[in-house]
Design a binder for this molecule. Sequence first.
Ligand SMILES: [Zn+2]
Length: 88
Amino acid sequence: MSCHWCGSSILRTSRLYFVDLPRLVFFQYPVRCRECDERFFTNLFEAMRIRAAAKERRTARLHQRFVKLDDTAFRPHGVRLPTSLQAP
Ligand SMILES: [Zn+2]
């Protein structure tokens, strides 16, 4: 699945507006391109797949941030923390 306008594959599901409801009846769901910001419709199942992929990216990003906060990630090999800072 890629953007109809610029061809990017970085997409997210778009906010659902009242005027979108008739298209939803035909299993069409709005998605927005994260590159060019254009909004277009795709089938509901593809949209749900896009939403799941976006959630996965978000989780991976949070995990990366969490790992960076872990002091062991920054500590060069062989360098030990002072005992006062070591975990019990
Ligand atoms: Zn695009």
